[in-house]
Write a protein that binds this ligand. Structure first.
Ligand SMILES: [Zn+2]
Length: 198
């Protein structure tokens, strides 16, 4: 008879999984990511965090959310680099995932299949309401998807999109509060009509 110790069972059946936290700007995605990663750290798990090097709004080395609740991260250019950094890691956090290349879902699957818990935060849609980068594919392969919501600045209902308040058609415009506003579907439709008459 073979008796497996608790440790042995954990080693042979490490629970890899993919969790996606998505939503509009100001919806608290990064705060939610940081909260999950902190909890994993308290549970003595080895945590590594990545973000695209395009996002250098605040600091080169930290995932920083709007309430300054920050955690150190590694900026990388390509999703494939994540695999090079994660050989001894239990939990991988990925912030601003919408800016990564289309290889990211494959990388996350690979990590989860190796037993790594992968937690991804990203914008679900761009300012035009179009699904953003690898986020739709990540939602499809995720074990768990959490959609978080900001509050519509016009009516107080749950927001669903980040409306750009400055005239600029570039998809990637790393913005602050002045350049985007969270709106619900109804107020977004009104805002688009107003934009067209400008
Ligand atoms: Zn509204």
């Amino acid at each position: 008879m073979v008796v497996y110790s608790e440790d042995h069972r954990e080693e042979t059946c490490r629970r890899g999984r993919i969790e996606v936290i998505c939503g509009s700007m100001f919806s608290g995605k990064t705060e939610e990511l940081i909260r999950s990663l902190r909890r994993a750290t308290f549970a003595h798990q080895r945590v590594e965090i990545f973000k695209p090097s395009i996002d250098t709004r605040y600091s080169e080395e930290e995932v920083v959310s709007h309430d300054n609740n920050s955690i150190k991260s590694t900026p990388i250019d390509s999703s494939a680099s994540i695999l090079l950094f994660t050989s001894e890691i239990d939990v991988v956090g990925i912030d601003e995932a919408q800016f990564f290349d289309d290889g990211l879902p494959g990388v996350c699957n690979e990590l989860a299949n190796r037993g790594v818990r992968v937690i991804i935060a990203g914008l679900d849609m761009d300012f035009k309401g179009v699904p953003f980068g690898p986020i739709p594919a990540l939602c499809a392969i995720a074990d768990e998807v959490t959609k978080v919501h900001a509050i519509c600045v016009k009516c107080g209902n749950l927001a669903y999109v980040s409306h750009r308040t400055v005239l600029n058609d570039k998809r990637v415009l790393l913005g602050e509060k002045e350049e985007y506003e969270p709106l619900c579907r109804c107020c977004y439709q009104k805002a688009l009509k107003e934009d067209m008459s400008k």
